[in-house]
Design a protein around this ligand. Structure first.
Ligand code: G3I
Length: 459
């Protein structure tokens, strides 16, 4: 009997081992058998350097059956709704982390890692964000990413930075308020995220990108390819894998996984559920992941069927009474049959940052006076902390008062300096300043602007 056949044979009695394990109170990753085959999903996945995880809800952490299964079986936790925008910033600039903390703390106290879901998404936006557009929305998105990532810096293994940005049928971008701020919103989100937590892996996450022949899959592939070519920071692609009659499993899934991986990113199956929970389909999906070295982990979207967002489809690995289903055994066996993977992926090294700025300058003038409204945008990849904006006023203009900056001297070659409270401008962020001045006829704006020694684009 070969080693693999032997391991499969042991794993086939996984349900019996599991039942014994429940009694013994075993924990994820420790549940081995004499043969080396693991008796939990997390433990079996770990054998090839991968994780097996699940979406976990704060509201169910008081359910002992739920936490017993989750504590034992899963090594990666995705808060199901608690890190979404409506949960973490229900009122603009008032962040709320109690429910997210409940899940993150539950996971980390048990040695589990956390996948953050999600920072920029057209759905589950709070009402204040739904009503924003243009620059205000773009700024709010950047502010949200910075606020949430700062809170969890160093505690989130991977972030779904952007979720579901592509359209199902056309393969184009999905129309949304975020998309209407400009095509570069995804890029800005990723650059912001890298600066906010350089140690976190940054993922693009979507559904219906499992089938290699689908236009949406190719569109996301092209986005990732473009990002990799241009040095836009991206480390991973999450394929949700909600399998049902409209999105059936296709064996070309393995080609999709390996094609994305060939772009130099990790791939993960992030929200797996299968309508009807066919053991064969579950096993095929797991085996596809195991066949691709950069497929580093699998998460199911819930614990028991009754916890699923599609409960009526009974799509998960445990039934409503907490008993493992045939699909559970199929997944466990497939994981135990896996070959060793590449081991943990090294933490990404952020590329050296670049400085960049754009100044918009609007004047409104009357016979002897003018007002200048200036916006300084950080278009680079490194945060600005403390700034000086240098420009030369046309002859005859003299600043009489200003706001949000100190201006000196009043005429000629002027330097505007931050006032401390507005010293920080994150990548893709901006700050607004302005002044009033007298003039003698020439109301033109300065010809050029320099921010901390870097020449800025104007307009
Ligand atoms: O918590 C409230 C409860 O107080 C209220 O009484 C009830 C009334 O409807 O709503 C409850 O909130 C619901 C929440 O789930 C928690 O159960 C929301 O209405 C409901 O919209 C929300 O659904 C979530 C859905 O995303 C929203 O888009 C699902 O739980 C969640 O599983 C699902 O997850 C998404 C991923 O984020 C992205 N990929 C697809 C996946 C499935 O849709």
């Amino acid at each position: 009997m070969s080693r693999k056949t032997f391991r499969r044979g042991i794993a086939a009695v996984g349900v019996a081992a599991l039942t014994a394990g429940m009694t013994a109170g075993i924990t994820a990753g420790m549940a081995g058998t004499a043969s080396g085959a693991a008796a939990t999903l997390a433990g079996a996945a770990e054998q090839s350097g991968r994780y097996f995880g699940a979406a976990i809800s704060a509201g169910k952490l008081g359910d002992a059956q739920y936490t017993t299964i989750a504590g034992r079986e899963f090594g990666m936790v995705t808060p199901e709704n608690e890190l979404k925008i409506d949960a973490t910033e229900p009122v603009q600039n008032q962040f709320s982390f109690a429910r997210a903390d409940a899940v993150v703390d539950w996971a980390t106290a048990r040695g589990k890692r956390v996948r953050g879901h999600t920072l920029a998404w057209h759905s589950q936006q709070p009402a204040w964000m739904q009503s924003l557009s243009g620059t205000a929305l773009r700024t709010a998105m950047v502010n949200h990413i910075n606020g949430v990532m700062a809170r969890y810096q160093g505690r989130i293994h991977a972030w779904d930075v952007v979720n579901e940005a592509f359209d199902d049928g056309t393969g184009g971008r999905r129309d949304s308020n975020l998309q209407r701020t400009g095509d570069d919103w995804i890029e800005v989100a990723f650059r912001t995220a890298r600066a906010a937590d350089p140690a976190a892996r940054l993922c693009y996450n979507d559904y219906n990108i499992e089938n290699w022949t689908w236009a949406k899959t190719r569109a996301v592939y092209n986005l990732v390819k473009d990002f990799r070519a241009r040095g836009v920071p991206i480390d991973c692609v999450g394929l949700q894998a909600h399998v049902n009659s409209g999105s059936p499993y296709d064996p070309n899934f393995r080609t999709t996984l390996s094609s994305f991986a060939a772009l130099g990113v990790d791939v993960q199956i992030t929200e797996l559920d299968v309508a009807g929970a066919s053991p064969g389909t579950y096993a095929a999906i797991v085996t596809d992941c195991l066949a691709v070295p950069r497929c580093t982990g699998i998460s199911v979207w819930g614990v028991r069927d009754t916890d699923s967002w599609r409960a009526w489809e009974t799509p998960l690995l445990f039934d409503g009474s907490g008993a493992p289903k045939p699909a559970y055994t199929a997944v466990l066996n497939a994981l135990n049959a896996g070959t060793p993977g590449p081991g943990p992926t090294p933490t990404p090294t952020p590329p050296p940052g670049t400085a960049g700025c754009r100044v918009t300058y609007a004047t409104s003038a009357w016979n002897t006076g003018l007002t200048a409204d200036i916006t300084i945008a950080n278009t680079g990849t490194t945060p600005v902390s403390g700034w000086r904006l240098a420009f030369t006023l046309p002859g005859g203009q003299a600043i009489t008062s200003g706001w949000n900056a100190a201006y000196a001297p009043a005429r000629g070659a002027v330097t505007a300096t931050d006032l401390g409270y507005n010293a920080a401008i994150p990548p893709a962020g901006s700050t607004a300043i302005g002044f009033q001045a007298t003039h003698t006829g020439d109301t033109a704006r300065p010809a050029s602007f320099t921010l901390n020694g870097t020449a800025c684009a104007v307009g």
